[in-house]
Ligand binder design. Sequence first.
Ligand SMILES: Cc1ncc(COP(=O)(O)O)c(C=O)c1O
Length: 401
Amino acid sequence: MFNPRLTETLTDFPFARLNALLAPIAPPSHLAMINMSVGEPQGAMPAFARQIVMDEVDGWNRYPPNQGLPELNLAICEWLTRRYRLPKDLLDPNLHVHPTAGSKEGVYVIATIATPQEKGGGKPVVALPNPFYQAYLGGAVLSGGEPLLVNANAENGFLPEFDKIDEATWKRMSVVYLCSPANPQGAIASMDYLQKLLRLCRQYDAVLALDECYAEIYTGQPPAGGLEAALAMDETGGKDPFRNLAVFHSLSKRSNAAGLRSGFMAGDPKLVAMMLRWRTYGGPQIPFAVQKASAALWREETHPVETRAWYAKNFRVAEQILHNRFSYYTPGGGFFLWLDVGDGEEATRKLWREAHLKVLPGAYACRETNGVNTAHRYIRVALVHDEKTTREGMTRLAAVL
Ligand SMILES: Cc1ncc(COP(=O)(O)O)c(C=O)c1O
Protein backbone atom coordinates (compact mmCIF):
# COMPACT_ATOMS: atom_id res chain seq x y z
CA MET A 1 0.00 0.00 0.00
CA PHE A 2 2.82 2.42 0.78
CA ASN A 3 5.78 3.72 -1.13
CA PRO A 4 8.72 1.94 0.51
CA ARG A 5 10.97 4.91 -0.11
CA LEU A 6 8.82 6.79 2.35
CA THR A 7 8.21 4.02 4.85
CA GLU A 8 11.65 2.42 4.96
CA THR A 9 14.20 5.21 4.73
CA LEU A 10 12.54 8.39 5.90
CA THR A 11 11.73 7.13 9.34
CA ASP A 12 13.66 9.11 11.87
CA PHE A 13 12.93 12.81 11.55
CA PRO A 14 15.12 14.60 14.12
CA PHE A 15 12.35 16.35 16.04
CA ALA A 16 10.29 13.17 16.39
CA ARG A 17 13.39 11.44 17.76
CA LEU A 18 14.06 14.36 20.07
CA ASN A 19 10.53 14.28 21.47
CA ALA A 20 10.82 10.53 22.03
CA LEU A 21 14.18 11.00 23.77
CA LEU A 22 12.81 13.62 26.16
CA ALA A 23 9.31 12.20 26.75
CA PRO A 24 10.27 10.01 29.75
CA ILE A 25 12.19 12.82 31.45
CA ALA A 26 10.46 15.30 33.76
CA PRO A 27 12.01 18.77 33.41
CA PRO A 28 12.26 21.09 36.45
CA SER A 29 8.87 22.79 36.71
CA HIS A 30 10.21 25.92 38.45
CA LEU A 31 12.10 26.88 35.27
CA ALA A 32 10.33 28.10 32.14
CA MET A 33 11.13 25.99 29.09
CA ILE A 34 13.57 27.48 26.59
CA ASN A 35 13.44 25.83 23.21
CA MET A 36 16.72 26.15 21.36
CA SER A 37 16.25 23.02 19.30
CA VAL A 38 14.47 24.58 16.32
CA GLY A 39 15.86 27.11 13.85
CA GLU A 40 12.78 29.29 14.00
CA PRO A 41 13.54 33.03 14.27
CA GLN A 42 11.79 34.58 17.26
CA GLY A 43 12.13 38.18 16.06
CA ALA A 44 9.16 39.89 14.40
CA MET A 45 8.52 40.06 10.68
CA PRO A 46 8.77 43.74 9.59
CA ALA A 47 5.51 45.63 10.21
CA PHE A 48 5.24 46.84 6.60
CA ALA A 49 5.04 43.25 5.38
CA ARG A 50 2.41 42.36 8.00
CA GLN A 51 0.40 45.36 6.82
CA ILE A 52 0.56 44.24 3.17
CA VAL A 53 -0.77 40.80 4.12
CA MET A 54 -3.60 42.41 6.13
CA ASP A 55 -4.44 44.88 3.35
CA GLU A 56 -4.85 42.06 0.82
CA VAL A 57 -8.51 41.55 1.48
CA ASP A 58 -9.57 40.80 -2.11
CA GLY A 59 -8.50 38.16 -4.54
CA TRP A 60 -8.75 35.15 -2.27
CA ASN A 61 -11.19 33.56 -4.75
CA ARG A 62 -8.58 33.58 -7.51
CA TYR A 63 -5.72 31.18 -8.16
CA PRO A 64 -2.39 32.97 -7.97
CA PRO A 65 -0.03 32.39 -10.90
CA ASN A 66 2.44 29.54 -10.51
CA GLN A 67 5.31 31.42 -12.06
CA GLY A 68 5.13 34.30 -9.57
CA LEU A 69 3.78 37.83 -9.95
CA PRO A 70 5.96 40.01 -12.19
CA GLU A 71 6.61 42.38 -9.26
CA LEU A 72 7.86 39.51 -7.09
CA ASN A 73 10.11 38.00 -9.74
CA LEU A 74 11.52 41.44 -10.49
CA ALA A 75 12.13 42.21 -6.80
CA ILE A 76 13.95 38.87 -6.46
CA CYS A 77 16.15 39.57 -9.50
CA GLU A 78 16.96 43.04 -8.23
CA TRP A 79 17.84 41.70 -4.80
CA LEU A 80 20.11 38.99 -6.26
CA THR A 81 21.78 41.63 -8.44
CA ARG A 82 22.46 43.87 -5.42
CA ARG A 83 23.45 41.10 -3.04
CA TYR A 84 25.87 39.38 -5.41
CA ARG A 85 27.00 42.42 -7.42
CA LEU A 86 25.75 40.94 -10.68
CA PRO A 87 25.60 43.04 -13.84
CA LYS A 88 22.37 45.01 -14.13
CA ASP A 89 19.77 43.25 -16.32
CA LEU A 90 21.71 39.97 -16.43
CA LEU A 91 18.88 38.19 -14.63
CA ASP A 92 15.62 37.84 -16.48
CA PRO A 93 12.59 37.63 -14.13
CA ASN A 94 10.91 35.25 -16.60
CA LEU A 95 13.85 32.90 -16.98
CA HIS A 96 16.16 32.85 -14.00
CA VAL A 97 13.94 32.79 -10.90
CA HIS A 98 10.96 30.89 -9.58
CA PRO A 99 9.18 31.51 -6.24
CA THR A 100 8.73 28.50 -3.97
CA ALA A 101 6.93 27.86 -0.69
CA GLY A 102 10.04 28.52 1.36
CA SER A 103 13.43 27.19 0.34
CA LYS A 104 12.36 23.82 1.78
CA GLU A 105 10.05 23.13 -1.15
CA GLY A 106 12.80 23.99 -3.63
CA VAL A 107 15.52 21.83 -2.12
CA TYR A 108 13.08 18.96 -1.66
CA VAL A 109 11.85 19.00 -5.24
CA ILE A 110 15.08 19.67 -7.13
CA ALA A 111 16.32 16.08 -6.76
CA THR A 112 13.16 14.72 -8.38
CA ILE A 113 13.44 17.28 -11.17
CA ALA A 114 17.06 16.47 -11.91
CA THR A 115 17.30 12.71 -11.30
CA PRO A 116 16.74 10.42 -14.30
CA GLN A 117 15.85 6.72 -14.02
CA GLU A 118 19.43 5.74 -14.71
CA LYS A 119 22.74 7.49 -15.01
CA GLY A 120 26.27 6.36 -15.87
CA GLY A 121 25.04 2.79 -16.24
CA GLY A 122 23.49 2.54 -12.79
CA LYS A 123 21.22 4.02 -10.18
CA PRO A 124 21.68 7.79 -9.99
CA VAL A 125 23.48 9.11 -6.93
CA VAL A 126 22.39 12.18 -4.95
CA ALA A 127 25.16 13.51 -2.73
CA LEU A 128 24.47 15.48 0.40
CA PRO A 129 26.51 16.84 3.26
CA ASN A 130 26.41 14.92 6.52
CA PRO A 131 25.05 16.35 8.85
CA PHE A 132 22.35 17.84 6.67
CA TYR A 133 18.99 19.56 6.45
CA GLN A 134 16.44 16.76 6.29
CA ALA A 135 14.67 17.92 3.12
CA TYR A 136 17.80 16.98 1.13
CA LEU A 137 17.47 13.37 2.21
CA GLY A 138 13.73 13.45 1.57
CA GLY A 139 14.38 14.78 -1.93
CA ALA A 140 17.17 12.31 -2.60
CA VAL A 141 15.23 9.26 -1.47
CA LEU A 142 11.93 10.14 -3.12
CA SER A 143 13.65 10.98 -6.41
CA GLY A 144 14.65 7.32 -6.66
CA GLY A 145 18.32 8.22 -6.35
CA GLU A 146 20.82 6.63 -4.02
CA PRO A 147 21.73 9.05 -1.22
CA LEU A 148 25.46 9.46 -0.69
CA LEU A 149 26.32 11.07 2.63
CA VAL A 150 29.54 13.03 2.55
CA ASN A 151 30.82 13.89 6.01
CA ALA A 152 31.47 17.50 6.91
CA ASN A 153 33.33 17.63 10.19
CA ALA A 154 35.94 19.67 12.03
CA GLU A 155 38.81 18.00 10.11
CA ASN A 156 37.58 19.32 6.76
CA GLY A 157 36.42 22.71 8.04
CA PHE A 158 32.82 21.41 8.06
CA LEU A 159 32.74 21.43 4.25
CA PRO A 160 32.12 18.12 2.47
CA GLU A 161 34.93 16.90 0.23
CA PHE A 162 32.91 16.01 -2.83
CA ASP A 163 36.10 16.10 -4.88
CA LYS A 164 37.22 12.90 -3.12
CA ILE A 165 34.30 10.91 -4.52
CA ASP A 166 35.52 8.35 -7.06
CA GLU A 167 34.95 8.81 -10.76
CA ALA A 168 32.58 5.86 -11.20
CA THR A 169 30.28 7.41 -8.58
CA TRP A 170 30.57 10.88 -10.10
CA LYS A 171 29.43 9.41 -13.42
CA ARG A 172 26.20 8.35 -11.70
CA MET A 173 25.74 11.67 -9.89
CA SER A 174 22.51 13.53 -10.62
CA VAL A 175 22.44 16.13 -7.82
CA VAL A 176 24.92 17.47 -5.26
CA TYR A 177 23.48 19.35 -2.30
CA LEU A 178 25.48 21.95 -0.47
CA CYS A 179 24.37 24.37 2.24
CA SER A 180 26.32 27.61 2.67
CA PRO A 181 26.28 29.02 5.27
CA ALA A 182 25.77 25.52 6.56
CA ASN A 183 23.14 24.27 8.93
CA PRO A 184 24.26 23.19 11.51
CA GLN A 185 27.93 24.20 11.58
CA GLY A 186 27.76 27.68 10.03
CA ALA A 187 30.65 26.98 7.64
CA ILE A 188 30.83 29.14 4.53
CA ALA A 189 31.97 27.81 1.16
CA SER A 190 34.51 30.13 -0.48
CA MET A 191 34.21 31.33 -4.05
CA ASP A 192 36.97 28.90 -4.96
CA TYR A 193 35.20 25.94 -3.31
CA LEU A 194 31.95 26.79 -5.11
CA GLN A 195 33.65 27.10 -8.48
CA LYS A 196 35.53 23.82 -8.13
CA LEU A 197 32.34 22.04 -7.14
CA LEU A 198 30.33 23.56 -9.99
CA ARG A 199 33.08 22.58 -12.42
CA LEU A 200 32.89 18.99 -11.20
CA CYS A 201 29.11 18.99 -11.46
CA ARG A 202 29.31 20.22 -15.03
CA GLN A 203 31.97 17.70 -15.94
CA TYR A 204 29.57 14.91 -14.98
CA ASP A 205 26.38 16.75 -15.90
CA ALA A 206 25.07 16.81 -12.35
CA VAL A 207 23.11 19.66 -10.77
CA LEU A 208 24.61 21.68 -7.95
CA ALA A 209 21.71 22.40 -5.57
CA LEU A 210 23.05 25.17 -3.39
CA ASP A 211 20.98 26.02 -0.34
CA GLU A 212 21.68 29.66 0.52
CA CYS A 213 18.79 30.23 2.90
CA TYR A 214 21.21 31.60 5.54
CA ALA A 215 22.96 33.91 3.04
CA GLU A 216 21.85 37.03 4.88
CA ILE A 217 22.78 35.84 8.38
CA TYR A 218 26.51 36.28 8.74
CA THR A 219 29.00 37.65 11.22
CA GLY A 220 31.82 38.92 8.95
CA GLN A 221 31.82 39.44 5.21
CA PRO A 222 28.70 38.47 3.23
CA PRO A 223 29.11 34.84 2.13
CA ALA A 224 29.90 34.23 -1.54
CA GLY A 225 26.98 32.98 -3.60
CA GLY A 226 26.59 30.41 -6.34
CA LEU A 227 25.43 32.87 -8.97
CA GLU A 228 28.42 35.18 -8.56
CA ALA A 229 30.79 32.21 -8.44
CA ALA A 230 29.32 30.87 -11.69
CA LEU A 231 29.45 34.24 -13.37
CA ALA A 232 33.09 34.79 -12.40
CA MET A 233 34.06 31.56 -14.21
CA ASP A 234 31.72 32.01 -17.16
CA GLU A 235 33.12 30.99 -20.51
CA THR A 236 29.95 31.51 -22.52
CA GLY A 237 30.11 35.29 -22.75
CA GLY A 238 27.07 35.61 -20.50
CA LYS A 239 24.92 33.32 -22.69
CA ASP A 240 24.64 30.43 -20.24
CA PRO A 241 26.56 31.31 -17.08
CA PHE A 242 24.39 29.36 -14.62
CA ARG A 243 24.15 25.98 -16.31
CA ASN A 244 23.83 23.05 -13.88
CA LEU A 245 23.31 25.44 -10.98
CA ALA A 246 20.26 26.02 -8.81
CA VAL A 247 20.43 28.26 -5.73
CA PHE A 248 17.72 28.44 -3.08
CA HIS A 249 16.82 31.42 -0.93
CA SER A 250 14.26 32.27 1.68
CA LEU A 251 12.61 35.06 3.63
CA SER A 252 12.29 32.83 6.68
CA LYS A 253 15.64 33.85 8.17
CA ARG A 254 16.35 37.13 6.35
CA SER A 255 13.01 38.64 7.32
CA ASN A 256 11.91 36.60 10.34
CA ALA A 257 9.12 35.35 8.11
CA ALA A 258 9.13 31.57 8.44
CA GLY A 259 5.33 31.54 8.58
CA LEU A 260 5.06 33.35 5.27
CA ARG A 261 6.47 30.28 3.48
CA SER A 262 8.26 32.29 0.86
CA GLY A 263 11.48 31.57 -0.96
CA PHE A 264 12.74 31.05 -4.46
CA MET A 265 14.99 29.07 -6.73
CA ALA A 266 17.31 30.83 -9.17
CA GLY A 267 19.91 29.81 -11.70
CA ASP A 268 19.95 27.65 -14.82
CA PRO A 269 16.89 28.62 -16.93
CA LYS A 270 16.40 24.96 -17.93
CA LEU A 271 16.07 23.97 -14.28
CA VAL A 272 13.83 26.96 -13.55
CA ALA A 273 11.55 25.90 -16.41
CA MET A 274 11.33 22.37 -14.99
CA MET A 275 10.60 23.72 -11.51
CA LEU A 276 7.71 25.66 -13.04
CA ARG A 277 6.50 22.50 -14.78
CA TRP A 278 6.70 20.47 -11.57
CA ARG A 279 4.83 23.15 -9.66
CA THR A 280 2.23 23.53 -12.41
CA TYR A 281 1.32 19.86 -12.02
CA GLY A 282 1.37 19.56 -8.30
CA GLY A 283 3.05 22.35 -6.39
CA PRO A 284 1.19 24.88 -4.28
CA GLN A 285 0.79 28.36 -5.75
CA ILE A 286 1.89 31.10 -3.42
CA PRO A 287 -0.98 33.32 -2.20
CA PHE A 288 -1.19 36.82 -3.70
CA ALA A 289 -0.79 38.44 -0.29
CA VAL A 290 2.35 36.44 0.39
CA GLN A 291 3.79 37.26 -3.01
CA LYS A 292 3.15 40.98 -2.54
CA ALA A 293 4.58 41.07 0.97
CA SER A 294 7.56 39.05 -0.28
CA ALA A 295 8.26 41.51 -3.09
CA ALA A 296 8.33 44.34 -0.54
CA LEU A 297 10.63 42.36 1.77
CA TRP A 298 13.14 41.55 -0.97
CA ARG A 299 13.21 45.24 -1.90
CA GLU A 300 13.89 46.43 1.65
CA GLU A 301 17.47 46.41 2.91
CA THR A 302 17.40 47.88 6.41
CA HIS A 303 15.64 45.07 8.25
CA PRO A 304 18.25 42.40 7.37
CA VAL A 305 20.86 44.67 8.98
CA GLU A 306 18.77 44.60 12.15
CA THR A 307 18.35 40.84 11.84
CA ARG A 308 22.13 40.41 11.68
CA ALA A 309 22.58 42.69 14.69
CA TRP A 310 20.12 40.51 16.65
CA TYR A 311 22.19 37.39 16.01
CA ALA A 312 25.51 39.19 16.51
CA LYS A 313 24.34 40.16 20.01
CA ASN A 314 23.37 36.57 20.73
CA PHE A 315 26.73 35.26 19.61
CA ARG A 316 28.49 37.80 21.82
CA VAL A 317 26.46 36.56 24.79
CA ALA A 318 27.25 32.93 23.94
CA GLU A 319 30.94 33.65 23.51
CA GLN A 320 31.05 35.55 26.80
CA ILE A 321 29.37 32.76 28.76
CA LEU A 322 30.82 29.69 27.09
CA HIS A 323 34.33 31.13 26.48
CA ASN A 324 36.15 28.35 24.73
CA ARG A 325 34.32 25.47 26.34
CA PHE A 326 32.84 22.79 24.05
CA SER A 327 35.21 23.91 21.23
CA TYR A 328 33.13 27.07 21.00
CA TYR A 329 33.46 29.12 17.84
CA THR A 330 31.31 31.89 16.42
CA PRO A 331 30.22 30.59 13.03
CA GLY A 332 30.71 32.58 9.83
CA GLY A 333 27.01 32.36 9.07
CA GLY A 334 23.66 31.05 10.23
CA PHE A 335 22.43 31.19 13.82
CA PHE A 336 23.41 27.86 15.34
CA LEU A 337 26.01 26.89 17.90
CA TRP A 338 27.61 23.57 17.12
CA LEU A 339 29.05 22.47 20.42
CA ASP A 340 31.29 19.51 21.09
CA VAL A 341 29.92 18.23 24.39
CA GLY A 342 31.37 14.71 24.25
CA ASP A 343 28.04 12.87 24.03
CA GLY A 344 25.31 14.90 22.35
CA GLU A 345 22.37 12.70 23.35
CA GLU A 346 23.43 12.54 26.98
CA ALA A 347 23.96 16.32 27.10
CA THR A 348 20.51 16.87 25.56
CA ARG A 349 18.88 14.70 28.21
CA LYS A 350 20.80 16.45 30.98
CA LEU A 351 19.88 19.92 29.74
CA TRP A 352 16.23 18.93 29.66
CA ARG A 353 16.28 17.21 33.05
CA GLU A 354 18.23 19.88 34.91
CA ALA A 355 17.71 23.13 32.98
CA HIS A 356 14.42 22.76 31.04
CA LEU A 357 16.45 23.65 27.98
CA LYS A 358 15.72 21.93 24.69
CA VAL A 359 18.55 21.43 22.18
CA LEU A 360 19.11 18.94 19.38
CA PRO A 361 21.65 16.10 19.56
CA GLY A 362 23.98 16.57 16.60
CA ALA A 363 23.64 12.89 15.75
CA TYR A 364 19.96 13.42 14.91
CA ALA A 365 20.90 15.72 12.04
CA CYS A 366 23.45 13.20 10.79
CA ARG A 367 23.42 9.58 9.62
CA GLU A 368 25.96 6.86 10.20
CA THR A 369 28.60 6.27 7.57
CA ASN A 370 30.75 3.16 7.94
CA GLY A 371 29.07 2.50 11.28
CA VAL A 372 29.98 5.89 12.76
CA ASN A 373 27.84 8.94 13.39
CA THR A 374 30.42 11.71 13.07
CA ALA A 375 28.18 14.22 14.88
CA HIS A 376 27.54 12.13 17.99
CA ARG A 377 29.72 14.38 20.18
CA TYR A 378 27.75 17.53 19.26
CA ILE A 379 24.62 19.41 20.14
CA ARG A 380 22.99 22.03 17.94
CA VAL A 381 21.76 25.13 19.75
CA ALA A 382 19.60 27.64 17.86
CA LEU A 383 20.33 31.19 19.03
CA VAL A 384 17.01 32.48 17.74
CA HIS A 385 15.63 34.15 20.85
CA ASP A 386 16.03 37.70 22.12
CA GLU A 387 19.20 38.59 23.99
CA LYS A 388 17.70 38.11 27.46
CA THR A 389 16.40 34.61 26.72
CA THR A 390 19.66 33.74 24.99
CA ARG A 391 21.59 34.83 28.09
CA GLU A 392 19.35 32.73 30.31
CA GLY A 393 19.71 29.71 28.03
CA MET A 394 23.50 30.02 27.82
CA THR A 395 23.79 30.47 31.57
CA ARG A 396 21.77 27.33 32.21
CA LEU A 397 23.77 25.39 29.62
CA ALA A 398 27.11 26.46 31.10
CA ALA A 399 25.95 25.59 34.61
CA VAL A 400 24.66 22.12 33.77
CA LEU A 401 27.24 20.76 31.32
C1 LIG B 1 19.49 24.51 5.74
C2 LIG B 1 18.06 24.85 5.59
N1 LIG B 1 17.53 24.87 4.36
C3 LIG B 1 16.24 25.15 4.17
C4 LIG B 1 15.40 25.45 5.22
C5 LIG B 1 13.97 25.71 4.93
O1 LIG B 1 13.56 26.95 5.31
P1 LIG B 1 12.33 27.67 4.63
O2 LIG B 1 11.54 26.66 3.87
O3 LIG B 1 11.58 28.25 5.75
O4 LIG B 1 12.93 28.68 3.70
C6 LIG B 1 15.92 25.44 6.52
C7 LIG B 1 15.03 25.73 7.67
O5 LIG B 1 15.36 25.72 8.80
C8 LIG B 1 17.27 25.14 6.72
O6 LIG B 1 17.83 25.13 7.92
